[in-house]
Ligand binder design. Structure first.
Ligand code: G16
Length: 542
């Protein structure tokens, strides 16, 4: 039986950088998830009889919301729902399934790297038929709808069994429960030289992959250990848990410090990596060297042709504005296009669809290519492995040679988390107010060349996105960037991105914070971080 249920709008369902993310108790309010799901469906046209892909990162509340999605998909007239077994699909695997099955779109349930559990975070994101996150005009429409919604449609179908693969009919709609790993692993086999990787592991190459008790566990077990023959135990913390074992499934130097310490230790394996809650981020650490996401993007782009899937070369590279300019130098050398977009993977979709970019990346530990329309943690790991296998050098040597060729972009991000929203907004407003007066002035002995609030003109559809981060550029190419995170769920997170370009090989490989010390001070002088927030140091440095 299909019911139309009267509801009243919630006012806070504005999708952020990557979908709607809130604390679980917010999602558990009466009709909260239903309102948002119906607002998504109401903003779409022409899906009757079509396929919807659904899956999530397995965090607390995942199964409940998947049941709601299926019951609402029946009531709204979808023809088929493809769902990962146990409700599990990594974000890149979901993107792949949408594309492979020519689905109308998909709902991905995740709050990514944010912690999970009854009092932690949950999220819902809609991805369109290209497999990528809904563009801004779609998320704006969803938000507009959520503010006036008066009813949602749901079918009384009882709980669907998500744990056995197979296809069955529910309320006149097909539900297909699929193994979450198979299609994704097949895609990886088309891109990378699995024979070379098997030979690498056979030769004694040792690796550590930390799945952080999140969604990539089963993917890493299958691909690294079973298909590529890496030693058992290569994948760690590989059982997805609803609360990620009480940790932040955020693969950075703070939350994956144990991996960093191991990789810097005397008996370090050859290569270390980790991924996040939903499997789209990556952390790459070679023996004795952490590789920043910005550097990783540049190095992957410079070497991608060594993997079979990219042997024809790259069409272009795209990076988010706060990501360092390291990849720009690679694009320049390769003579291909370089695109600078706002933060958020959704901005890469048009460039990838139009064939203007092949590889994209963000400082926030995301790298990916046109194989799907999401960033892809394991993909980045496999591309690194493929490069290591072909070059036969250590990650550390590859990094040193890369810097010697292109120069080093010293880079760090300082996060001030859970700042009171009013104070964070006041800081940004004050900064915006003085942008015009900054050029020509000096801070900490460095002259400001220009300052602006980044706006993006999408070269494919002509849309304009304003206020995407404040940039202060110094003479000589150093810069500091300020923006407020769009993925947090409590208070505001101020992100300060600091970058300095160093062409001289004699000055490469120094301590990053020391190399950036004057810029870090300058950032505080310019934005008044201490005085506005009352904080004397960042909560997270990556
Ligand atoms: C999301 C987006 C990324 C973005 C990141 C950080 O990642 O998909 O494109 O770079 O958030 O955003 P912010 O700086 O606004 O917090 P994820 O992995 O959380 O989905």
């Amino acid at each position: 039986m299909i019911r139309t249920v009267a509801t009243t709008p919630y006012t806070d369902q504005k999708p952020g950088t990557s979908g709607l993310r809130k604390k679980v108790p917010v999602f558990q309010q009466p009709n909260y998830a239903e309102n948002f799901i119906q607002s998504v469906f109401d903003s779409l046209e022409g899906f009757a009889g079509k396929t919807l892909v659904v899956g999530g990162d397995g965090r607390f509340y995942n199964r409940e919301v998947i049941q709601k999605v299926i019951a609402m998909a029946v009531a709204n007239g979808f023809g088929r729902v493809v769902v990962g077994q146990g409700g599990i699909l990594s974000t890149p695997a979901a993107s792949n399934l949408i594309r492979k099955r020519k689905a109308f779109g998909g709902l991905i349930l995740s709050a990514s790297h944010n912690p999970g559990g009854p009092h932690e975070d949950f999220g819902i994101k809609y991805n369109a038929e290209n497999g990528g996150p809904a563009p801004e005009k779609m998320t704006d429409a969803i938000y507009a709808r959520s503010k006036v919604i008066s009813a949602y449609r749901i079918a009384d179908i009882g709980a669907v069994d998500l744990d056995k693969t197979g296809t069955f009919e529910v309320g006149g709609m097909k539900v297909e429960v699929v193994d979450p790993v198979t299609d994704y692993a097949e895609l990886m086999e088309t891109l990378f030289d699995f024979d070379a990787l098997r030979a690498l592991f056979k030769s004694g190459f040792r690796m550590r992959f930390d799945a952080m008790h999140a969604v990539t566990g089963p993917y890493a077990k299958e691909i690294l250990e079973r298909r590529l023959g890496a030693a058992e135990g290569t994948a760690r913390n590989f059982v997805p848990l609803e609360d990620f074992g009480g940790h932040h499934p955020d693969p950075n130097l703070v939350h994956a410090k144990h991996l960093y310490d191991e990789m810097m230790g005397p008996d370090a394996p050859d290569f270390g990596a980790a991924s996040d809650g939903d499997g789209d981020r990556n952390l790459i650490i070679g023996r004795g060297i952490f590789i920043t996401p910005s550097d990783s993007l540049a190095m992957l782009a410079a070497n991608a042709h060594l993997a079979p899937g990219y042997k024809a070369g790259l069409k272009g590279i795209a990076r988010s504005m706060p990501t360092s300019g390291a990849a720009d130098r690679v694009a320049e050398k390769l003579g291909i296009g370089m695109y600078e977009t706002p933060t958020g993977w959704k901005f890469f979709g048009n460039l990838l669809d139009a064939g203007m970019a092949t590889i994209c990346g963000e400082e926030s530990a995301g790298t990916g290519s046109d194989h799907v329309r999401e960033k892809d943690g394991l993909w980045a790991v496999l591309l690194w492995l493929n490069i290591l296998a072909v070059r036969g050098e250590s990650a550390k040597d590859i990094v040193a040679k890369h810097w010697a060729t292109y120069g080093q972009n010293y880079y760090s991000r300082h996060d001030y988390e859970e700042v009171e929203t009013d104070k964070a907004n006041a800081l940004v407003d004050a900064l915006r107010g003085k942008l015009a007066s900054l050029p020509g002035t000096s801070v900490q002995g460095m002259k400001i060349a220009s300052a602006d609030d980044f706006a993006y003109n999408d070269p494919v559809d002509g849309s304009v996105s304003r206020n995407q981060g404040i940039r202060v550029l110094f003479e000589g190419g150093s810069r500091v960037v300020f923006r407020l995170s769009g993925t947090g769920t409590s208070g505001a997170t101020l992100r300060v991105y600091i970058e300095r370009y160093e062409p001289d090989p004699a000055r490469h490989g120094q301590d990053t914070q020391a190399a950036l010390a004057d810029l870090i001070k300058a950032a505080d002088d310019i934005a008044g971080i201490r005085s506005h927030t009352g904080r004397d140091k960042p909560s997270v440095i990556t």
